[in-house]
Design a protein around this ligand. Structure first.
Ligand code: TRP
Ligand code: ZN
Ligand code: CA
Length: 437
């Protein structure tokens, strides 16, 4: 529990429900809000998060030592989390799927209210591997998301966005539950997501403080929080796409999240800035029987839980800035093998310079997106790299919105989306792309 001023203020203010949306600016000690005013986030009691971990440990112990997909400990975990949420006023749904001949379950909890067309979701996988109770991986994220949801209820929060929380099944078998959830959403529902925040392994015993860099706006919220604590962060790189946020990112939903490290070893530079032991894994018990209730750094769990709540409050209560004018080209442009193509968008009537957060939304159909290098080319010819090629990025299609600092460019004129296919065999086409000022 940090001693942030926001916490003290709330304590003296007394009744959380009295804090109307947009009335309370962040106080000294908490990071400044960037655009809109937001409601100050609570300090999440780490003791409450640990109490959930103790329950998940008991569930594993009573069910053959694990909480894995297809085993009794998994459904018992779902029932524990669901019971807490139902008692706190959430609308819960258990979504069933079948994998490897066993029934799997996702748990989704909606907090009534907020703009139904602006959904902010936070989630964590609730399954363990079969070899152990999975308390850091991923009781930690599951418990922190649960306690944040319970804090929303305690606060009687009236967010501007609609808040949703999710616990995924069968992540350990290939992001199965979250893929099933995202693919079960109609396109109209997917389009309502303003962001998905993922928490997978946030109490590693020899912790690092890693922030996903997939979306700059979501990344900034977490970085601001850690900066307010004076804790340095690094970009999460230990296996990009290895958790449930990938299921959302592949559907074009902006994603962010936190991670405190798995089997990779802490370097001496990392031990100097974060403490802990150099040359030892962030989590020596990763996917092992020793991933028990004692395999947790309370400090890491506390900081990451508070950062989670800060992100939900900040993003969930900000008054959305209305988007500026947008310009789109929906004409298909074929991308032959090993060829560079462009698609123009003519911007007029905006005047002045482009914004520091120009949004370029790209919809490319391709059989191997790792082949593609994508640039946005301004009217004067300067190019902004949106995406590099990668031989390991084996997914198809590019469906993403990139944020570009184009503040040194004249807005009006002809902008180009330049797409280079740099490897033989797979091909595709630009389906559409759009600039939002
Ligand atoms: N649940 C992941 C897994 O079992 C853990 C993990 C590894 C992870 N690398 C990651 C989670 C990077 C988030 C980000 O593989
Ligand atoms: Zn795992
Ligand atoms: Ca190709």
């Amino acid at each position: 529990m940090s001693l942030r001023r926001a916490h003290k203020l709330r304590t003296t203010a007394g009744v959380l429900t009295a804090l109307a949306v947009g009335v309370l600016a962040p106080t000294a000690g908490a990071p400044a809000a960037t655009a809109a005013q937001v409601v100050a986030a609570p300090d999440i009691p780490v003791a409450n998060v640990k109490a959930h971990l103790a329950q998940l440990q008991s569930i594993a112990t009573a069910n053959g030592g694990n909480r894995a997909h297809g085993r009794s400990g998994y459904l018992a975990s779902v029932n524990y989390v669901k019971g807490q949420l139902d008692a706190a006023g959430f609308t819960t749904v258990v979504q069933q799927f079948t994998y490897n001949g066993s029934t799997g379950y996702n748990l989704v909890a909606d907090w009534p209210g907020g703009d139904p067309n602006q959904v902010l979701m936070a989630g964590a996988h609730l399954d363990s591997v079969t070899s152990g109770p999975g308390i850091n991986d991923n009781g930690s994220g599951s418990a922190a998301v649960l306690e944040t949801a319970l804090a929303v209820s305690r606060a009687g929060l009236q967010p501007t966005k609609h808040l949703r929380f999710g616990w995924w099944g069968a992540e350990e078998l290939g992001l199965v539950g979250s893929k099933y959830y995202v693919s079960s959403l109609p396109a109209t529902e997917r389009a309502k997501f303003s962001g998905y925040l993922n928490f997978d392994m946030i109490g590693s015993p020899n912790p690092g403080y890693f922030v996903y860099d997939d979306d700059p706006a979501l990344e900034k919220v977490f970085k601001d929080y850690f900066a307010s604590l004076g804790v340095p962060t690094e970009i999460e790189t230990e296996g990009d796409g290895r958790s449930d946020h990938a299921s959302f990112k592949n559907a074009g939903i902006p994603v962010g999240g936190l991670f405190t490290g798995a089997s990779r070893l802490k370097t001496s530079a990392q031990a100097q800035k974060w403490g802990g032991t150099a040359g030892v894994a962030f989590d020596r018990c990763y996917h092992s029987s020793c991933d028990t209730a004692s395999n947790i750094s309370d400090t890491a769990l506390d900081r990451d839980s508070d950062a989670l709540a800060y992100a939900v409050w900040t993003l969930g209560t900000e008054v959305p800035v209305p988007p500026g004018p947008s310009f789109e080209n929906t004409a298909d442009v074929t991308i032959p093998d090993n060829t560079t193509v462009t698609s123009p968008v003519t911007v007029s009537g905006v005047g002045g310079n482009a914004p520091a957060a120009l949004k370029a939304s790209v919809d490319i159909k391709h059989t191997w997106r790792g082949d593609l290098v994508i640039d946005l080319v301004a009217p004067d010819g300067s190019a902004y790299r949106l995406k590099n090629s990668s031989s390991s990025d084996s997914a198809d299609n590019v469906l993403a919105t990139y944020t570009v600092d184009a503040s040194s460019e004249t807005a009006d004129g002809v902008w180009l989306l330049r797409v280079q296919d740099v490897a033989t065999y797979d091909t595709g086409f630009i389906d559409s792309w759009k600039l939002t000022f």
